[in-house]
Design a protein around this ligand. Structure first.
Ligand SMILES: [Zn+2]
Length: 267
């Protein structure tokens, strides 16, 4: 028997709840069959090992300088994505060779080999007070790079490596410059320079691969000496509105990123 149209409409309306029409009752989820007595134990498949906990190390944030040593960069850009940490092996200690123990503005008595210089936390010193032009710092001047101490307070022991594939374009009295294939420029100061010159005696020898040894940490300073450390700089094109200017860029975030990969075996 056909229902009158009005009754069909009424039935349709009553199928609508305040939450909406067309909702249907939930079908109970179908359960897998329970194994019958005597069934072989199902193979669970290969066990998935738990993910290892990433190795970390204490490090202050970018721009957090030693108190009284300047105003840090607020820029947190990762300027050198994927670069190799510039020392071959850890541990290494990013801090300040001027404001650390044994430096000109040391916080107290102690020599450069003081254990407090060879310990964490890391600290940024890209914008540390200097008279050098540094356009990425609040003062427009600053240190231009980051000081990094090697694992131990020894010269000519700890290898420094190329941050990326490229070419050594200059070997000065205490500065080695690498132009990376990305266009970024890396500068390494205070290595053992006789050793560097022996490794790269001519133009033909100066192509480098990412991670290639380029020298050893020392204290060379063009005839005088500094403390044992690597001063590391990155220069990159920075947009100025109408184009780009190649300038010193904050190094700290790239060092944190690359050191984290090194510690976790993904250098
Ligand atoms: Zn320095």
């Amino acid at each position: 028997m056909r229902r009158p149209a009005a009754l069909a409409a009424l039935l349709l309306l009553t199928a609508c709840s305040p939450g909406g029409c067309g909702q249907t009752a939930t079908t109970p989820e179908k359960k897998a069959d329970a194994p019958a007595p005597g069934d072989p134990t199902p193979d669970p498949g290969p066990a998935t090992p738990p993910a290892p906990t990433p190795v970390s190390w204490p490090h202050d944030g970018g721009g957090a300088l030693y108190p009284g040593s300047g105003s840090g960069a607020t820029d947190a850009t990762l300027w050198a994505v994927g670069m190799r940490f510039p020392m071959e092996a850890g541990p290494a200690y990013a801090n300040s060779q001027v404001y650390g123990y044994g430096g000109f503005a040391a916080p107290g008595p102690g020599g450069q080999c003081d254990a407090r210089n060879y310990s964490y936390p890391w600290r940024d010193n890209f914008c540390e007070t200097r008279s050098w032009t540094n356009g990425m710092c609040p003062a427009g001047k600053g240190h231009q790079g980051q000081d990094i101490r090697p694992a131990t307070c020894e010269k000519k022991v700890h290898w420094v490596v190329a941050a990326e594939k490229g070419r050594i374009t200059s070997i000065g009295s205490y500065t080695v410059t690498v132009l990376g294939d990305s266009g970024r420029i890396y500068r390494y100061l205070h290595m053992d320079m006789p050793g560097v010159n022996a490794m790269f005696p001519n133009e033909a020898s100066r192509a480098v691969t990412r991670g290639q040894r380029i020298g050893k940490v020392s204290a060379d300073f063009g005839g005088s000496a500094t403390t044992i450390h690597l001063h590391f700089e990155i220069k990159a094109p920075v947009s100025n509105g109408s184009g780009a200017t190649v300038m010193f860029v904050p190094t700290y975030s790239s060092l944190v990123d690359s050191y984290g990969r090194l510690l976790n075996g993904a250098g």
